[in-house]
Design a protein around this ligand. Structure first.
Ligand code: F6R
Length: 369
């Protein structure tokens, strides 16, 4: 059942092209019009929402953080992303104009379920993005958008994450379509770019050996830092989480812009730092800012491990190691850039002799607080 792979985690990493493709399947017609009929929520009501709150834990919350960039950009609706267990115990402002989007692979995470119940009580509309048919959170929500990643067995989430990002993007595009924020041609173009993601993920997987070799050479690493900006920031957090949970290595992800506000003090000789570099074709000159960050940490002795877009030659001079991902629009980059970080963690944990599918102290569904 592991499909010839040594672990479920490795299998599930390799399942990601179909996890994304299956999540996209049947959600738009030939003209590029989204038809999320399964949502069971009145489109007119949905078009009226004034605020979105995304609730989730762990990896699913990082998918939510990625979604914020896309949904705000496309729909011009404010999106807050909050950990379910933090949301529950403050006094959040939720009303009938709020759409609460929960993201949960299992659909059983107690904190997220309780947060959804609380939001419902406050009169919010609740929409669940979930990978498990008929599980509790989608059953208790007003609407559901299933990710079609297939069952995820390994404790560490991989293919569900890519499918969650894909599903939130479909939701964002659907809202933009309902509200008229984007022209139909724009939506069609973005859907076409999303449609190319599975083949691009496959391209990354086909070059997994590059990153595996790096991982095996870093078996003795005591701490690994990850930095990114914009959508690369949650990718950095996710890369760090994967390494903590299966390789038991101290890892921290942070926003590259925060370096000077503290984290740069951590850098000394030989400190490995992964840097997720935005596309040089993107807006806001973020690329050059991140390249400066690479130079800054390198000047202080860091071992710089870079994930960049194909054709980005500017990073080569400052990187100990570069992994190139195929070109894609900036907002879609997390669907590619996360994959080498998953492979890195999986291979490093394997090299250390750990059971990557069953990391210590962790359970697949966290059904207790
Ligand atoms: C990390 C991981 C966890 C889950 C989190 C939420 O690899 O698997 O952080 O993402 O426990 O679980 P779900 O998505 O089932 O609510």
């Amino acid at each position: 059942e592991k499909g010839g792979y040594p672990s479920f985690m490795e299998k599930e990493i390799n399942d990601q092209p179909s996890a994304v493709a299956d999540t996209l399947l049947g959600r738009a017609d030939a003209a590029g019009k989204l038809t999320l009929d399964e949502l069971r929520i009145d489109p007119e009501e949905l078009a009226q929402v004034s605020k979105i709150i995304v609730l989730a834990c762990g990896t699913s919350a990082y998918a939510g953080q990625v979604a914020k960039y896309a949904i705000e950009h496309w729909c011009r609706i404010p999106v807050e992303v909050e950990l379910s267990h933090e949301f529950r115990y403050r006094d959040p402002i939720v009303d009938a104009g709020t759409l609460v989007v929960s993201i949960s692979q299992s659909g059983e995470t107690m904190d997220t379920l309780m947060a959804v119940r609380y939001a419902k009580e406050q009169g919010a509309k609740t929409l669940s993005i979930c990978n498990t048919n008929g599980s509790t959170i989608p059953r208790e929500s007003d609407a559901v958008l299933y990710t079609h990643a297939g069952p995820e067995i390994a404790v560490a989430s991989t293919k569900a994450f890519l499918a969650q990002i894909t599903a939130t993007y479909l939701l964002g595009l659907y809202l933009a379509q309902l509200r008229g924020n984007l022209f139909s041609g724009q939506i069609k173009d973005i859907l076409a770019d999303l449609g190319k993601i599975p083949a691009k993920v496959q391209d990354v997987l086909d070059r997994a050996d590059q990153i595996k070799e790096l991982a095996r050479s870093m078996e003795d690493a005591e701490s690994v830092l990850f930095l990114g900006r914009h959508v690369g920031y949650p990718v950095a957090m996710e890369g760090a989480l994967k390494l903590k949970e299966i390789a038991y290595i101290h890892a921290e992800g942070f926003a590259a812009g925060e370096l000077k506000h503290g984290p740069i003090a951590l850098i000394d000789d030989g400190q490995p730092v992964f840097v997720v570099v935005p596309s040089p074709r993107g807006r806001h000159s973020l690329h050059s800012k991140v390249v400066s960050n690479i130079q800054e940490v390198r000047a202080r002795g860091a071992k710089t491990l870079v994930v960049a877009e194909e054709g980005d030659e500017a990073v080569r001079d400052y990187a100990e190691f570069v992994f190139y991902v195929p070109e894609t629009p900036t907002l879609l980059m997390p669907l590619l850039a996360t994959v080498p970080l998953q492979i890195f963690a999986c291979e490093l944990a394997t090299a250390k002799g750990y059971d990557v599918d069953q990391p210590r102290n962790l359970a697949k569904s966290v059904t207790v607080e």
